[in-house]
Design a protein around this ligand. Structure first.
Ligand code: PLP
Length: 372
């Protein structure tokens, strides 16, 4: 007799949370729009009490995320709301936190604007230097891998060992990879945080985030923060993310295949001076990425001669939407330096490869480069 096999993450993403099989029930229950629930008498132990505390549509999605992350999870109104729920509750005045100086700018900006004002010391370390940084006296280390937009990759397992040896907690922003590519908690991180606005939902129609924790005790602090500041998702958004998650594995497979083909094309093209993609065998991130990531992902960074050349490329590539954000089903790109927040060159483009047919997106990008 064949032994029952544990479902893979791709199958879990589709099936977890769909145990209700009574005749006439939906595969995934529709959104529950409620600010108040019937709550007579003693409310202790009742799960759904008030719309800011909990909601059945969040619970269904949180159950799937917890299975995928291997740790209990909470959903949030946005990626930055999820990030703040990791950075804020566990630090006191006088504590030191380490953040990447080349990661998503709002994470740094929040810490430097608010946490620093409340007496937390914020130390910035470049992502490639995280592997050798000194964490003594540090309360919390926060990394992003791959980092955004430079796509440097950190060895989460090694970093978790070093952070824990120094008595620090480790949080990983897993937005770019998503949990189907790498599961930070399984590699030893204490928190896995993500902007599900990006690939996790993947359809560019929702702003959303989540946090998962290795030690269930940490969840209470994250939950209290969410409840007290009201950083809660709408039920409709939670339901849309649950629906988007069902195809995440398929999307990552197509996007990663196309992104590698595009990165290889870029590497060979005379107009391109630099390409970063963790899937390229000669990329500095590749050795760790190959061990740690199931998919190398949708995002490719590359550099053209200057701002004007980059802008010409963006305006002349028919399949590319010129937009910020990444990870969605439509290919999109932007000149990152326009925001004034990232340490990249004037001609640096962050490209996110969508689910268009690989040959079409490769031809569209190749054609636009040839016309420069
Ligand atoms: C790596 C990373 N983390 C967090 C965020 C914040 O997410 P959101 O825009 O959903 O608040 C972003 C958004 O671009 C991001 O790229």
């Amino acid at each position: 007799m064949t032994e029952p096999q544990a479902p893979s993450a791709a199958t879990l993403a589709l099936h977890a949370g769909t145990d209700e099989r009574s005749t006439g029930s939906a595969f995934v229950a529709g959104p529950v729009f409620a600010s108040a629930f019937h709550l007579p008498g003693d409310q202790a132990g009742v799960k759904y009490q008030y719309g800011r505390f909990d909601n059945p549509t969040w619970s269904a999605l949180e159950e799937v995320i917890a299975r995928l992350e291997s740790g209990p999870a909470l959903t949030f109104a946005s990626g930055v709301a999820a990030t703040a729920a990791v950075l804020t509750p566990f630090v006191q005045p006088g504590d030191t936190i380490v953040l990447p100086d080349d990661g998503y700018f709002a994470t740094r900006s929040y810490a430097q604007t608010y946490l620093a004002r409340w007496g937390v010391k914020v130390r910035l370390v470049a992502t490639p230097q995280m592997a050798s940084a000194d964490f003594s006296g540090v309360k919390l280390v926060f990394v992003e891998t791959p980092s955004n937009p430079s796509l440097d990759v950190v060895d989460i397992e090694a970093l978790a060992a070093r952070a824990h040896a120094a008595g620090a907690l480790l949080a990983v922003d897993n937005t770019t990879a998503t949990v189907l590519s790498q599961a930070p908690l399984k590699l030893g991180a204490d928190f896995s945080v993500a902007s599900d606005t990006k690939a996790f939902n993947g359809h560019s129609d929702v702003v959303f985030g989540h946090v998962a924790v290795r030690d269930p005790e940490l969840l209470a602090g994250v939950r209290q923060w969410r409840t007290l500041v009201g950083a809660i998702p709408g039920p409709m958004e939670a339901w849309l993310v649950h629906r988007g998650l069902a195809t995440l594995d398929l999307r990552l497979a197509r996007q990663s295949e196309s992104a590698l083909a595009v990165a290889e094309l870029l590497s060979r093209h005379r107009a391109v001076s630099l390409v970063r993609y963790p899937g390229l065998s000669d990329d500095p991130s590749h050795p760790v990425a190959r061990r740690q990531m199931r998919y190398f992902g949708a995002v490719v960074g590359f550099e053209l001669a200057d701002a004007a050349t980059a802008q010409r490329f963006l305006s002349s590539c028919p399949l590319l939407f010129e937009a910020t954000s990444f990870g969605g089903v439509h290919s999109s790109a932007e000149r990152r330096v326009r925001w004034g927040t990232d340490q990249v060159g004037e001609g640096f483009i962050r490209l996110s490869v969508g689910v268009e047919a690989t040959a079409d997106i490769v031809a569209a990008i190749g054609g636009a480069l040839d016309r420069l």
